[in-house]
Design a protein around this ligand. Structure first.
Ligand code: GLU
Length: 373
């Protein structure tokens, strides 16, 4: 599904909602009523069939208040990492309680940007997200700040939300901000116009961004949001910025059509570009005729149809997929190493565990991590 407008975000299949520190923490204390209202909206969207992943900041702000650290816990990297470590416990509890009011089970997932950029770890994060969503759970994701090796920057979670959306194959990302969206110039001047649709984050669009956040605490301002929009558009995912400060912010933005929507570039090409990148495939998986027709119907590549494995590669490598006559079918990220692929080639799911010595994965190349042609 390609989401083209705010209206469609309300009915999309899979949505990532990112909420910044400034919206959740006020004077070092949790903004309980806002959290409650967001949890209610999330429950309503979920009841309509939308699968939701929350990306929530707030760990550093909460932890800094508890430890009474200067500069909101951002005086040094060690302060920020210690604050995040303390605050994350509280943050997970806040979400857990707010969502449980609606009978929803939440899960904490702490990831680093590297986890989502390195293909092997990306596959695991993607599989966990998929499994959680399938079980009806709402994953609440934050950056694993306490072990991050880079300086923790404001706005990291905007980018993280876009990467999570990519890993989860989401239809759209919603960034809740303290402003209505992208303005053509600094909105504090008074004569700025809200941009409703952006088709491509060009240098002109970037020039419109005001780099300072009006809140001074949470988000990295508009520039970080545009970087997130850029990641999303290249992954074929729509991204919208809306104002998260009013009561029931999501339904209000959707009803009023107020916010900025960044349209994705054509999804197949974007996904192909990410999956393939400039990498050359490290191996070839050949499959039988039954598997060729299953793949053309959109199925995953299962070990049962695998006939031959060429090359030496690790889990997460990009491999070429070939039919019985050597014809190229596509490419994808492989869930097993070359040796494991050889071990399970031709085996049914039930027979694989004995051969591998552990529970097999759902597929050799999952359809979400495959491009055809
Ligand atoms: N992960 C950080 C936190 O939870 C916030 C990063 C950001 O401001 O984007 O406090």
């Amino acid at each position: 599904m390609a989401v083209n407008s705010l209206l469609e975000i309300g009915s999309c299949g899979r949505l990532v909602i990112k909420i910044g520190s400034a919206l959740l923490i006020e004077d070092g204390k949790p903004a309980h009523s806002r959290l409650g209202s967001l949890a209610q909206e999330i429950a309503e969207l979920r009841a309509k069939g939308t699968q939701i992943i929350v990306v929530s900041s707030g760990a550093i702000a909460l932890g800094a208040a508890r430890l009474d650290l200067p500069k909101g816990g951002r005086a040094s990297l060690a302060d920020a990492q210690a604050a995040a470590s303390v605050g994350q416990v509280a943050l997970a509890q806040l979400w857990g309680e707010a969502l449980s009011q609606h009978g929803i089970i939440s899960a904490q997932m702490l990831v680093t940007l590297d986890d989502l950029e390195e293909r092997k770890r990306y596959l695991n994060a993607a599989a966990t997200l998929e499994r959680l969503l399938e079980a009806g759970v709402i994953p609440v994701v934050n950056e694993n700040d306490s072990v991050a090796t880079e300086e923790i920057r404001f706005g990291d979670n905007d980018r993280l939300a876009a990467r999570v959306a990519q890993a989860a194959n989401a239809d759209a990302v919603l960034l809740l901000s303290d402003v209505d969206g992208l303005y053509d110039r600094d909105p504090s001047g008074g004569d700025a116009t809200l941009i409703e649709r952006v088709e491509g984050v060009t240098p002109e669009v970037i020039a419109m961004a005001d780099t300072s956040s009006s809140s001074g605490m949470g988000s990295g301002g508009m520039l970080a949001k545009l970087q997130a929009a850029r990641i999303a558009e290249r992954a074929g995912i729509a991204l919208a910025i809306i104002n998260g400060t009013p009561e029931k912010p999501i339904s209000k933005a959707i009803e009023e059509g107020r916010g900025t929507v960044f349209l994705p570039v054509r999804s197949d090409n974007a996904r192909k570009a990410w999956l393939g990148g400039r990498l050359a495939p490290e191996g070839v998986l050949s499959v039988d005729a039954g598997c060729v027709s299953a793949l053309s119907d959109g199925a995953s590549l299962l070990a049962a149809g695998l006939t031959e494995v060429e090359g030496e590669f690790a889990r997460g490598a990009l491999v070429s997929l070939h039919g019985p006559k050597g014809e190229r079918l596509g490419q994808g990220l492989v869930e097993y190493s070359a040796a494991e692929c050889r071990a399970i080639a031709g085996l049914k799911q039930a027979e694989q565990e004995a051969r591998l010595g552990y529970a097999p994965r759902a597929a050799v190349v999952h359809r979400d991590h495959m491009v055809r042609g």
